[in-house]
Design a binder for this molecule. Sequence first.
Ligand SMILES: [Zn+2]
Length: 298
Amino acid sequence: MQSIEIGGVAVEPLVHFANRPLAPAAFFPGHDPAVWRAHRSWLAPDHWDPDADRVGITVQSWLLRDAGTTVLVDTGLEPGVPAGLDPAGVDLVVCTHLHGDHIGGNVLAGGAPAYPNARYLFAAADLAFFDPATLVEEPGRSAAAYRRSIAPILDAGLAEVWDGRRALTPSLTLVAAPGHTPGHGVVELASGGERALFAGDALHSPAQILHPEVSSCFCHDPAEAARTRLRLLGWAADHRALVVPAHFGGGRAVEVRRAGDGYAVHRWAFPAAAGGGRVTGRGDGVVGARRPRGEDPE
Ligand SMILES: [Zn+2]
């Protein structure tokens, strides 16, 4: 996969799987189905399959190289190391939160830590929330995932517990952004006048840029998740920061701008994935600006 430079930081997506189809009504409870149709021109085919009415969810990690330090943001659903990645060269593993699709690759198939030279950063609030001793199991909350992917890291002494804010490198800072989970965190990048925000699961679909009030069915606190999403989008728009979530396919990372009382997609960072169809929403034109409710553009 190609990498891009943001300031002095090399940024590379490591894609675990692409476009897993999910029913939007189940994934985004309370959403307005008309939004998908209204923005079909750029949501399809990379983010929504209009024929099947399915949201496409990609799972990817982000590999960041800054000032001699290699940071892996999230590790995917399955055990093991992505092809082409030297596990010994990873210095920091950041789990934006402790859902299974972000921690599965913390370990190898046999259960040993996948990145033996790394410090693994876990938020204190998520470690407490996902502790099997007190966990109430629901979709996305599994004691088995904790035992498989977190406990071996704690046992090996490779974990570092953080809270609030934690500098990673001269250009990268881990910051609490709760809502999706109690300890959900994002990584801010500031380098050479450029900025980015590795947003984890603060967003699952670019449709949420237009409707930040819509949270996913996997959000622990949907109202807090929505407040966090709004705050992050505002920060990103005001700082011209690239928004880099865990689950966007297509152009993967997106620059947003304020548009009226909401936000619009301004520019995608990557060409659409091979086989993912045409490139959507690239260039400097504003695509996907929020439209007033009730207006049917098609
Ligand atoms: Zn996720």
